[in-house]
Ligand binder design. Structure first.
Ligand code: MG
Length: 337
């Protein structure tokens, strides 16, 4: 029998998290999972009700009934990776392949030239900006950022606009500046014809619209060139197979979640860098600065755009995880994952 314990927490955003999430506190839970062989590992469970996930309490009740949501399945899969290293007293990040990350900008009103100077000094070469709230301001901001800086820009609309608004946004940005937009994630809800039309401006990336894509209606090449891979949300091996089959580039990102989730995402990004180096672009795993710092936060070591590890066994955080008062949720039927 697999045993699972949980610990609920809330993350407090430093600024608005973008058009999708706003600025309210975000609840999630850490999970401790123990297998019949005695090995145990940890992972994060961080639902996004805005994307259709059931809330954290419903997630936990579902686990207690042995009905794992896809998020819980991914958490257990990640906890297993932790357990394999933790049981051998090995740090999962020792000798990991180095992965560069973009800088995530949730709220353009919090950005100034000072922040930018620091970014460039720190070695960031890619910035991802959450857009879709105030298009005119955002288009002006993007133009100015590109004109003044040798940076690549990624935009994420979280499907908040439509094709006409997208065209207006793109045509308001000078064509030479547009060339510095590496890709646009989820401009609007999936629709093959409309995405094909939108792809004429800059390359598109598929993230949350994934579940709506009807792969069999795609004849040759899909209208997107990049696949966002979120280990906390979807089966990574399936995603990588899909990327190879459709010749897509891959960006591994965190789920904007707890430092435990961030550490797991960084580890998966390193694994992809090792197994499929040619398809991996700058990733989006270093998202801790989106929230007020916690003790867990301070354990994550990074240098500019590079994650460098967390001390301890497995994914680390040993003493903090030991100190938690865990609540048992289940004796679940031994589900393999
Ligand atoms: Mg996205």
């Amino acid at each position: 029998m697999m045993k699972i314990w949980f610990y609920k927490y809330e993350l407090e955003p430093i600024s608005n998290l973008g058009a999708l999430a706003g600025s309210a506190n975000r609840p999630g839970a850490l999970l401790k999972v123990q297998w019949p062989n005695g090995k145990f590992g940890y992972a994060d469970l961080f639902p996004w009700p805005e994307l259709g996930d059931v809330d954290i309490d419903t997630q936990l009740v579902a686990i207690s009934k042995g009905r794992l949501t896809s998020l819980a399945e991914q958490s257990i899969w990640l906890a297993k990776k932790d357990a394999d290293f933790r049981s051998r007293q090995l740090n999962i990040f020792a000798g990991a392949a180095k992965v560069k990350n973009h800088y995530l900008l949730n709220d353009i009103s919090k950005f100034n030239d000072n922040v930018l100077g620091n970014l460039r000094t720190a070695g960031f070469t890619t910035v991802k900006i959450k857009v879709g709230k105030n298009l005119e301001d955002e288009a002006r901001f993007v133009s100015r950022l590109i004109r003044q800086n040798p940076l690549l820009v990624r935009l994420d609309f979280n499907s908040k606009i439509d094709l006409p608004a997208y065209k207006k946004f793109m045509t308001s940005i000078d064509i030479t500046e547009r060339a510095k937009i590496e890709f646009v994630e989820d401009p609007f809800p999936w629709n093959l014809e409309q995405w094909t039309e939108a792809a004429a401006f800059v390359p598109l990336a598929l993230d949350n619209e994934f579940d709506r894509v009807k792969w069999d209606e795609i004849k040759d090449r899909p209208p997107f060139k990049v696949l966002i891979v979120k280990p906390a949300r979807r089966d990574v091996e399936k995603d990588i197979k899909l990327a190879l089959r459709y010749e897509l580039k891959v960006v591994v990102t965190s789920s904007l979640d707890h430092p435990v989730g961030v550490a797991h995402a960084c580890n998966i990004a390193s694994e992809v860098r090792k197994s499929n180096p040619s398809i991996l672009l700058d990733c989006g795993c270093l998202t801790l600065r989106s929230y007020k710092p916690s003790e867990f936060f301070t354990r994550v070591q990074s240098s500019g755009p590079y994650f460098s590890g967390v001390n301890g066994t497995g994914i680390g955080f040993d003493d903090l995880l030991q100190r938690i008062e865990w609540t048992p949720i289940i004796e679940a039927p031994g589900k393999k994952k």
